[in-house]
Design a protein around this ligand. Structure first.
Ligand SMILES: [Zn+2]
Length: 80
């Protein structure tokens, strides 16, 4: 990880997300982001649909109006 900008938090709790950060993860106006925390840090990631079974957000596709990752889908196909 590297520092991509420093911003002051406004009284309302808002802060501008640096343009460099937005372009780095290809987010635009009206996109959604997710916030993750550990004890001392906050990480912001571009929101992606999560698998309804394992909550993974990688390689997720729609299957019968549900979001499911390829690994879970393969597991279901093996059981059939
Ligand atoms: Zn899954």
């Amino acid at each position: 990880m590297r520092i991509i900008g420093v911003r002051r938090i406004e009284l309302s709790g808002r802060f501008p997300l640096p343009k460099e950060a937005r372009s780095e993860i290809s987010i635009q106006h009206d996109d959604h982001v997710e916030f993750f925390t550990d004890q001392d840090n906050i990480m912001i990631m571009k929101y992606r649909e999560r698998c309804c079974i394992c909550e993974e957000n990688f390689d997720v596709t729609d299957f019968k109006n549900r979001h499911i990752c390829s690994e879970c889908l393969d597991g279901i196909i093996e059981k059939c």
